[in-house]
Design a protein around this ligand. Sequence first.
Ligand code: B16
Ligand code: MG
Length: 214
Amino acid sequence: QYKCFIFDMDGVITETSEQHYQAWKQCADELGIDIDRTFNEKLKGVSRMDSLERILAYGNRSHDFTAEEKAELAYKKNENYKEMILKCTEDDLFEGVKELFEGLKEKGIKIAIGSASKNAPTLVNLLGIKDYIDYIVDPASVEKGKPAPDIFLKAAHDLGIDPSACVGVEDAEAGVEAIKSAGMLAVGIGEASVLHQADMVYAHTKDIQLADIL
Ligand code: B16
Ligand code: MG
C-alpha cells in the first residue's frame, strides 16, 4: 500500500508562477528580451538557472554572458522573487490542500514536498503547512532536475520508503515524467491531454479523491 505522497509545490499546493513570471519579466526587460505569459509556461517546474538559460536562448543572447554574470542575474531575480512571496499567507494555499493533508495524516501516510524550488521551505512556513510536512527535498542536493527522477527518488530514499509505495502529484509535464521514471504512481493536476503520462488526472488539487488512489 502507499506510504508516502510527494507533492510538487508551484501549481499543486499554491500558485507562485505569477511571482516567478513577474521577477523573470523584470530581469528579461533589463536585458531587452520580451517575454510573455505564454513563454512563462515553458518555465514551470524548470530550475532557476535553466529558466535563465531558456530566457537568454529565447532572446538569442545565450553567449553574451559569463557564468558569473548569469549567476548574478539569477541571484537578482531570486531576491526580487523572495520579496514578492513574503506577502504569501495561508490564504494562498489552494482549496482542499489542508483537507487532503488531514486525510493522509489520518491514514498514517507521509507527506513530502518535491519541488524544483529552493524557496520551498520558506513557502511551506508562509503557507502555514509546516506541521503536515515530513520532508522537503532540497533540489540543490540532487544531480538532475525534472524530468529526471532524482527529486522524487531523494524523498523516497530519505524517508526510507520504496518508490513503488510512493505517489507523486504534479502539474507539469516534466514533473509527471519524473514521477514515472522514479517508478511511482503519478497523479496529474491539470489537463489530461497535456499530462498524458499520468496514471490519473484531476483538474484541481481539491478534486483529488484519496479513495480512488489508495
Ligand atoms: P526557485 P515547482 C518551480 O517550482 C517553478 O515552477 C519554476 O518556475 C521555478 O523556476 C523553480 O521552481 C525553481 O524555483 O528559483 O525558487 O529555486 O513547480 O517545482 O514547485
Ligand atoms: Mg509545478
